[in-house]
Ligand binder design. Structure first.
Ligand code: G3P
Length: 227
């Protein structure tokens, strides 16, 4: 499963990329607004921090196909071929996805709430479809099973489209979909940190350190002993 950061804060991205095997960064207009500043400068900085080999997802702003296509061309021109353009999977977006596929621009059908919406985006040629797990849960439906059903539809029809599950609020949501075999997940920094940060893990690691210090003294590593 590809793991992406759903955030535009450059310091948070730099920290997570340094620590974890991260495949890319996803943004949307709300995330960019929350980050503040000039969105073009923010996106350029993110690209420079993550390098050209990682994926960067950037959303087209207009809600008409012509405007989405114009944005998509400009986004890829600025940020390079490993940039995927997020296109809201509304009727005009499905049209834009089809045209952009013809131009060789990779897209992600976003704001996905229903399996057939994802199917349309995939059939139009989207490389990714992004179901919003937690937002679906908040509507009283089951975001996990909607996402699993989308994954099944893409698999059974041999579609060249991957699920990019989004809108997570906790590790368990990600874990369930990871175990199911979905292709990609994008998570806010605090959700990614939650995969690995808890007191039991920290205490176990610290116990090893203090036990060894009792044997050889404080701050002595294996490298120190072997040099
Ligand atoms: O990538 C889409 C995602 O940012 C939506 O998440 O937390 O706004 O529901 P959220």
């Amino acid at each position: 499963m590809k793991l992406l950061i759903d955030d535009a804060n450059v310091n948070a991205i730099r920290r997570l990329i340094d620590l974890y095997p991260i495949d890319g960064v996803t943004t949307n207009p709300t995330i960019l607004a929350r980050t503040g500043g000039n969105p073009v400068e923010t996106l350029k900085e993110i690209r420079s921090v993550i390098g050209q080999e990682r994926l960067l997802f950037v959303q087209a702003i207009p809600l008409d196909a012509e405007g989405m296509i114009r944005d998509a061309r400009a986004i890829v021109h600025l940020l390079g071929k490993t940039t995927v353009v997020k296109v809201p999977a509304i009727p005009e977006g499905i049209k834009a996805i089809r045209e952009l596929k013809g131009e060789g621009i990779r897209t992600c059908g976003t704001v996905v709430y229903t399996p057939m919406q994802a199917f349309l985006a995939a059939k139009a040629g989207a490389s990714y479809v992004a179901p919003y797990v937690n937002r679906i849960d908040n509507m009283g439906y089951d975001g996990i099973s909607v996402t699993e059903q989308i994954h099944d539809i893409l698999t059974v029809h041999h579609m060249d489209t991957q699920v990019l599950a989004a809108s997570f609020k906790n590790s368990r949501q990600v874990l369930t979909l990871c175990a199911y075999g979905i292709g990609s997940a994008t998570c806010a920094p605090d959700v990614i940190d939650g995969f690995i940060r808890n007191r039991a893990i920290d205490a176990a690691a610290e116990d090893f350190l203090s036990d060894f210090a009792k044997l050889v003294g404080e701050h002595v590593s294996m490298a120190d002993l072997l040099s």
